[in-house]
Structure formats: C-alpha cells, structure tokens
Design a protein around this ligand. Sequence first.
Ligand code: BTN
Length: 305
Amino acid sequence: MREEIINLLKKENKLSDESISEIKNIEIDDFANIVKELGQEETEHIKKSEILKDLNTEYIGKELYVYKEVSSTNTVAKFLSMNDVKNGTVVISEKQTKAKGRSGKSWESPLGGVWLSIILKPNVEQSKFPMITIATGVAVAKTLEKVGVEEPEIKWPNDIMINGKKVCGILTEAVAKFNTVENVIIGVGIDANLEVTQFPEELQAGTTTLKEELNKEGNENLLIKIFLEEFEKISELFNHAGYEAILKEWRKRSYSIGKIVEVREPFNTYYDGYVVGIDKDGVLIVEKIDGTLKKVISGECIIKN
Ligand code: BTN
C-alpha cells in the first residue's frame, strides 16, 4: 500500500526519486494528510466544484478527493478508509495507471472515463454485502437513464450493458480489521467520453462508451453528480433493509435472467445452466442441465445465447 502511495506522489511530481527514502520515514498520519491534500488540488477535466455544486446528498461525496492520475482509486480509497475519513467519502481520478477489474483482471482507464471509488461503512450484517454491488449496479443504470441512455441493462453481478455491450464495471472490495469488515470500497468505472478504439482490440467487440451510444460528448462532472445522488438514494434503501425494492429495480433491468450461461466459479468450476433469477441476498440462481439449482455467489457468467 505504501509503495502505491509513493508512486502516486511521484506521478504528481511532488517528490523526486531521491526523497523516496524520506517518505518511508513519514508518520502514517502525515502521509495520509499529504494524500488528502493532493486530492484537493485543482484538476483539469474533473472539477470538484462542479460536482459539489447543488449536490443533493447528505453524506455521499461530501468528502471528495480528485486526482489527476493514480494507480487505482480503489487502492487510494482503501488507504484513506484507514485514515479517518467519513462514511461516503469519494475518490476520483482522471486517469488510472494500474486499475483493477474483477477476477484479477486489469481495467483500461484513460482520460475521458469516470473512475471513482466510494468508501462505505455499512452497518448491516456481512451476508448482505453482495447487495451493495447489486444496489450500485441499479444506481449506475438509473444514472445512465437520466443522461439519455434507453434501457441500460445489468449483467450479473455488476456489468452495465447498453445494447449487449459493456459500458461500466463495478469492483467492490472489503477492508477488514480483526476479521470484521470495517469499510467497503465500491469502485465504479464508466466508459464515458471515450472511443471504443481506445481499448485493446480483444475488448472492442464487447465494449461500448456513452459517447458512442449517445453520439455526443457528455459532461463527466454532471454524470458523477447524478451518480452520487442515485447512489445515496439506493444506499439509504440498503441501510433500511429495503432489499426487495432494490431487487425489484435490478430485476427490471436484468440482462442475465432467462439466458443460458457458462458459470465460471472461483477455483475453476465451470458448468452451463439457465439463469432463473437472483435471490433475496443478491445471489444468482442457475438451473443446471440436470435440473438442479445452484447458487452462484461469485465468479463470472458468460452468456451463451
Ligand atoms: C470489472 O472488471 O468489471 C470491474 C471494473 C472496476 C473498475 C473501477 S474504475 C474505479 C475503480 N478503481 C479500480 O482500480 N477499479 C475500479
């Protein structure tokens, strides 16, 4: 973690290579303050002032850090979450150099996208955590609807799709202390003002961007503001056990239900099945070829039809 923060500081030209040894001796509190200060500096494309202007939230985004470039907003958010930040703190970066996708994959994050992480301190039991990701998917889909996307869909667990192509991914990570989850980091990547040709060739067929779908450049700051508002609305439902209402919104936009999929669970268990739905905890229910029902808690689901 410390190495990643050092790299972040190097990127911002705040420290020369020679002073890296010095930073290793900085007290962790001072270190956190430096990272916080960097996140208050003016950035060129993503504007803190525009996001905060009329932001209609109680706590999401009220503490906001915006960077020009970081390795991963999830990494910075994890670090900050251990250093005295409020529930709902948001970390944004204009670019990421080592962004993380699900299943250990990397994530393309050039300038023009929306790359952000939210620090949540949930006060619900751990079994409900998959619902946070489900709820985030709904918040992104609602945001896209508000900026003019017709019928965005959610592919379990958390890919947002437009016309069958992925426009957004979500990576939720838990930060635990003494085996208890203290913070959840929700990383959201939206391919906003980008061209599909900016992505590696092997990803292009399955990827889309808001700019291409809406045939125009959009306002990233407005997109972020709307998302933070939608996120707070749905996390309030989450905090007050409104799981059924969240699931209803998810099911309305499901890309997965009714499809034949190949399930790839961790540790290489692969099987085909038919997606029946998601249960009350946000777990996917798949009917295998032999008729048995399987609960898929994590992994990939490759759509086959
Ligand atoms: C996926 O594989 O679909 C999840 C992608 C998540 C990407 C976002 S971008 C902001 C945040 N920081 C990261 O390093 N990853 C997430």
